[in-house]
Design a protein around this ligand. Structure first.
Ligand SMILES: *Cc1c(COP(=O)(O)O)cnc(C)c1O
Length: 357
């Protein structure tokens, strides 16, 4: 059926998301970096009390209630905010607005695998610049690639490292195209690059409610940039890209910073504990500014461990690609979930998965 499609689409592999069993299935889900705690009670209350009138009518085109809440919490004017159906949609909108054949998308690798898929769908040329082993930002090579758009996930996935603000500032000052800083994991990090949007007209910060706010199912993300940069993006987004429910529930979640901060603090404490326990089992564990850990098992049998954990009803992420196929990405769960993981790993390392591939 490939003749149905544009050649670029026919040639695409498509994004492979992490497994998503139905809620209620008895699994410990540590594979897609969801928050293990429920969303804000204030947000759930808004959801329960929603009047049918909100569903009968079209939503506001720019998700005004949600923008209002962001504006209050982050002290940014509303015309500096764009809202998306998940931050993935905003990444897609940026690519649609800025790239095509000859106007490249540039990013350092390894990073969020979806970037490549979005570029292939456009289609846009992609220039991938490998990180060094210590994940130092390759600023000169990124600048030399002259992208229409440069994506930097900071903190990055699956490496879990945060890119220092001074490096992002240096990159922003040297790029001629748009610099997108994907801050999906910023709630778990030590630093934000938000100040850069005031310093540079070509910088957009993209964030999501999926990780820090426990709202991955709601599909809500936002971008912050100079209105001049947003003007082009607003032209190409769907007219009603964010539904009324997401807008209202998201506004309540955003205003409940105390609850979000409490959940994030718990995840960070569990992250420290889990990292230590994995190290004691002989894993190499990379420093994390996120809600997950990148780890390398003591014998390079990452795939065998991934499969064995799955048998035990524990899902973690395995990437079958060079440079990552000897590692696992494990979302930080509750202390109880992490303990079950550690016990399963202990068993796995001592009895079954002991042979390396
Ligand atoms: C999870 C994630 C996103 C996607 O966020 P959504 O708002 O759920 O679409 C974007 N970028 C990175 C790096 C992520 O890990």
């Amino acid at each position: 059926m490939t003749h149905f499609f544009r050649p670029s689409v026919a040639a695409m592999t498509g994004y492979t998301p992490g497994e998503q069993p139905r809620p209620g299935t008895r699994v410990i889900k540590l594979n897609t970096n969801e928050n293990p705690y429920p969303p804000s009670p204030a947000a759930m209350e808004v959801l329960r009390s929603l009047d049918s009138e909100w569903l009968r009518r079209y939503p506001t085109p720019y998700a005004d209630d949600f923008r209002q809440a962001i504006g209050e919490v982050l002290a940014v004017p509303l015309d500096w905010i764009i809202v998306g159906n998940g931050s993935d949609e905003l990444l897609s909108v940026i690519i649609r607005a800025c790239t095509e054949s000859g106007r490249s998308l540039v990013y350092p690798t390894p990073t969020y695998v979806l970037y490549r898929t979005l570029a292939a769908a456009q289609p846009a040329d992609v220039i991938e610049i490998p990180y060094s082993n210590d994940y130092h930002l390759p600023i000169e090579k990124l600048v030399a690639a002259r992208g229409a758009v440069t994506f930097i996930a900071s903190p990055n996935s699956p490496s879990a490292h945060g890119v220092p603000l001074r490096d992002l500032r240096k990159l922003a000052s040297q790029l001629t195209g748009v610099l997108v800083i994907d801050e999906a994991y910023v709630d778990f990090a030590n630093e934000t690059a938000l100040p850069l949007v005031q310093e540079f007209e070509n910088v957009i910060i993209v964030r999501t409610l999926s990780k820090g706010y426990s709202l991955a199912g709601l599909r809500l993300g936002f971008g912050i940039a100079n209105p001049k940069l947003l003007s082009g993006l607003l032209k190409v987004k769907d007219s009603y890209n964010v539904d009324a429910i997401a807008c209202l529930v998201g506004a309540a979640a955003m205003r409940d910073q105390a609850y979000k901060n409490k959940c994030v603090a718990k995840v960070k404490a569990s992250r420290t504990k889990l990292a230590l326990e994995l190290k004691q089992l002989g894993f190499q564990v990379w420093d994390s500014q996120t809600n997950f850990l990148l780890v390398q098992p003591p014998q390079s049998n990452a795939e065998a461990i991934y499969l064995e954990l799955k048998e035990h009803g524990i899902l973690v992420r395995y990437f079958n690609q060079p440079g990552l196929d000897d590692k696992l990405r494990i979302t930080v769960g509750t202390d109880e979930q992490n303990q079950i993981l550690i016990e399963a790993l202990l068993q796995c390392l001592t009895v079954r998965c002991s042979g390396s591939r």
